[in-house]
Design a protein around this ligand. Structure first.
Ligand code: AHN
Ligand code: ZN
Length: 340
């Protein structure tokens, strides 16, 4: 074949492929289910703009107290600050205190902080995150850091910061469907779980969420819950978490579709992450509220699948990315504002 003939042949083949693609599209072979998914995932942002700078400042404000380790002054002071912020944003706030026993027998002065936006509405959505920080950086590559506390800029502060910024936006915007109310629950005592250097396991994590779930007020039945855990780390993406899929598969679908509508689908891959022991387990199992965990997952990270700074002394402000806070915050706003 001459060079010219090859070019002509190439053009003919290419034209055929294009024509085929066009006729395929016109044939309307997409199933109703696929059309429905495509519709649900169309770019269509609604609701106020989540301000990532504001959320980042709320992370910094929490870190300025120091690590919010159970039974510490920094912890208690930060708790008062969180309460005052939710009040400032027009929420009705209550605290739920309890003495809980850690894996090591320590009595932990637990304070769950619960803030209600539009408390009179019957149809409610639960947003939650933990606010305590881990007492031991037991996943640090340097073993001399294992007994030092974690600052928890990401693991603790980020989830609370996103909730605070959402509360601020709800108050400023005033356009959320008046039939919908939002409950922000800041769980305490999530991160006193048995350290890796201690031989023991069991139900030692998420003690505040366990307590809240066991003592849920009669008749409190939100439509669903969204847990935010480690939502500000550099390079974070949010894969579909296994236990969320089991307990609340429909809510996973809703949240991951909302991310696409809001324009942040790239942060929410439509693939599966791990199965994670987190605050959402008691909320699903004991409180029976279908709740998904939006938690960072790093499939290629050697240090930890929760990311390079997880439970290390490097979980600080320098390792946050406000674009990640934005992706998560705007996605949650999208979920709230599409609820009917
Ligand atoms: C476990 O490591 C068993 N679960 C992770 C839950 C967690 C800790 N989230 C933040 N810190
Ligand atoms: Zn942690």
């Amino acid at each position: 074949m001459t060079k010219k003939m090859k070019i002509i042949l190439g053009l003919v083949v290419a034209a055929g492929v294009v024509a085929g693609a066009i006729s395929y599209k016109n044939a309307n072979t997409t199933s109703p289910e696929i059309q429905e998914v495509e519709e649900a995932e169309k770019l269509n942002p609604v609701g106020p703009a989540f301000n990532a700078d504001s959320a980042l400042a709320y992370c910094a404000a929490q870190c300025d107290f120091g690590p919010r380790v159970m039974n510490s002054e920094a912890h208690d002071k930060c708790g008062e600050w969180i309460v005052s912020k939710f009040k400032q944003f027009g929420c009705e706030v209550e605290t739920q205190k309890a003495d809980l026993k850690g894996y090591d027998g320590t009595i932990l002065k637990n304070t769950n902080i619960i803030a209600h936006y539009n408390p009179k509405a019957e149809n409610r959505i639960l947003l939650c995150a933990h606010w305590d920080s881990r007492p031991w950086a037991d996943n640090d590559p340097d073993s001399t850091n294992w007994r030092k506390p974690v600052m928890g800029a990401n693991d603790g502060a980020s989830g609370v910061a996103v909730m605070l910024e959402i509360a601020r936006q709800l108050q400023a915007d005033k356009k959320l469907n008046p039939n919908i109310g939002v409950d922000f629950v800041c769980f305490d005592t999530e991160d006193w779980g048995t350290p890796q250097y201690v031989q023991d396991d069991g139900d030692t994590w998420a003690l505040g969420a366990q307590y809240w779930s066991e003592n849920k007020p009669e008749g409190y039945n939100p439509r669903f819950g969204i847990l935010l855990d480690m939502v500000g780390g550099q390079g974070a993406k949010f894969y579909r978490e296994g236990m969320s899929m089991q307990y609340a598969g429909g809510i996973v679908k809703k949240v991951w579709a909302a991310a696409r509508q809001a324009g942040f689908g790239s942060y929410f891959p439509k693939s599966d992450g791990g199965m994670i022991t987190d605050d959402h387990i008691p909320v699903n199992e004991k409180a029976k509220i279908p709740t998904v965990d939006v938690i960072a997952y790093y499939p290629d990270c050697q240090q930890s699948s929760f990311g390079p700074t997880w439970h290390t002394v490097s979980d600080d402000m320098a390792h946050l990315d406000k674009n990640v806070l934005k992706a998560v915050g705007q996605t949650v706003i999208q979920v709230l504002y599409t609820e009917e």
